[in-house]
Ligand binder design. Structure first.
Ligand SMILES: C[S@@+](CC[C@H](N)C(=O)[O-])C[C@H]1O[C@@H](n2cnc3c(N)ncnc32)[C@H](O)[C@@H]1O
Length: 367
């Protein structure tokens, strides 16, 4: 079905960057933010950083020797490194521009202060540029939960849930969040993380029946560099990946962290290709094994991705659910199911890169 209402996607389409120079990638991401009406602060910072790189300034020096393959969003790594300094209380002058730290100064005046911050904290920022982006966005749980409900209605079997590239494992706790859909309360109604009518339209299943059917009997994830939701420095790192002027997302992350810190999902420090064979082998008779990944494909080297796909295609009966960018259209994301895992993807829903809005009108049942 064609999509007349593009989702407000703020992503940079960075996987399309090929060998584009850094300034072009920074500016393209800033343009996408303008297009989607998001993060005025990051528009300023990305554009000014692009100019600085072309001048051979501090930002150019910062990125010297730092790998930036397509899809690795160096622009987000830079702004996350600055946000981390802000959130950890090290740079109060810059914090004055960050709503996430109570700041309210105009974004248009932020760059000279950001540049001074870069000069002063050069080594610390450079060290953080080597880290991959690890945004663990609980808004994506509202997307993935709807996919699980769809699968629960279809398969009616207990689910073993596995995630490749789980970051801190927040989306593996998908059923511990609350989702109100019209008069229905789904998930955990007592959860501090609440989604109100996240799907418009909702999945075309009997939501009450699907919720009653949904039983996650085992859950586990892997990540090359997992973050611990109970560790203060990892919490700061996770917060640093949220855009500082999107306070609703910060609230959402804090709520999810409060749940995960008490009872985290296990996330193994492994590459997906190494972890998957063992994780799949642990499945028990009668279970439906669902392996999902969200916004991780672009960060994985091609050989590793092929190995992940090969591991998924091996065992029978595994279902794959993915929430990944629609790069050809440079707009939004698709929730897709591969059932069984090696089958062609069937698009279920369209959504934003951080979850909402989520629309199931892209789905048409097999004819
Ligand atoms: C942008 S985060 C997304 C986290 C989570 N899926 C979400 O949507 O909230 C991508 C994660 O994939 C992890 N990652 C990248 N390559 C990986 C690999 N080969 N195996 C396992 N994890 C990987 C990164 O460390 C990072 O934490």
């Amino acid at each position: 079905m064609s999509d007349p209402r593009p989702a407000p996607y703020g992503g940079g389409g960075d996987a399309l960057s090929g060998e584009a120079p850094l300034p072009a990638r920074f500016r393209r991401h800033a343009d996408m933010l303008v297009h989607s009406g998001r993060s005025p602060l990051y528009i300023e910072l990305m554009r000014a950083a692009a100019d600085d790189i072309e001048r051979g300034g501090e930002v150019a020096r910062l990125f010297e020797g730092v790998p930036a393959p397509p899809g690795s969003v160096p622009q987000l790594r830079l702004v996350a490194a600055l946000h981390y300094l802000v959130l950890s209380g090290q740079v109060p002058e810059l914090a004055a521009f960050y709503p996430s730290a109570g700041g309210d100064r105009q974004p248009s005046e932020a760059w000279p202060v950001a540049l001074a911050t870069i000069a002063e904290h050069f080594g610390q920022i450079k060290e953080r540029l080597y880290r991959t982006v690890q945004t663990n966005e609980p808004g994506r749980s509202a997307v993935l939960f709807s996919g699980l409900l769809w699968l629960a209605a279809r398969h009616r079997r207990p689910i073993r849930l596995l995630e490749v590239g789980a970051s801190a494992g927040l989306n593996l706790l998908v059923d511990r969040y609350s989702y109100r859909a019209g008069d229905l309360e789904l998930g955990d109604p007592a959860s501090p993380l609440r989604f109100v009518d996240p799907w418009d339209p909702p999945p075309p299943v009997d939501l009450s029946a699907a919720t009653a059917e949904l039983r996650i009997v085992a859950r586990a994830g892997c990540d090359v560099s997992p973050l611990d939701p109970s560790r203060p420095d990892d919490q700061l790192a996770l917060l640093s990946y949220i855009w500082p002027d999107e306070l609703h997302r910060i609230d959402r992350l804090r709520a999810a962290l409060s749940i995960a810190a008490r009872d985290p999902a296990p996330v193994a420090r492994r590459r997906g290709s190494e972890w998957l064979p063992e994780a799949l082998a642990a499945a028990e008779e009668g279970e439906l094994v669902v392996v999902w990944h969200s916004v991780m494909r672009q960060y994985v080297e091609p050989e590793e991705w092929s190995a992940i796909e090969a591991a998924l295609d091996g065992p029978s009966g595994v279902v794959r659910l993915s929430m990944e960018p629609v790069f050809e259209r440079r707009l939004g994301m698709h929730l897709a199911v591969h059932d069984p895992a090696g089958a062609r993807p069937q698009i279920l829903a369209a959504c934003d890169d951080h979850g909402l809005p989520i629309r199931w009108d892209t789905y048409s049942p097999p004819g």
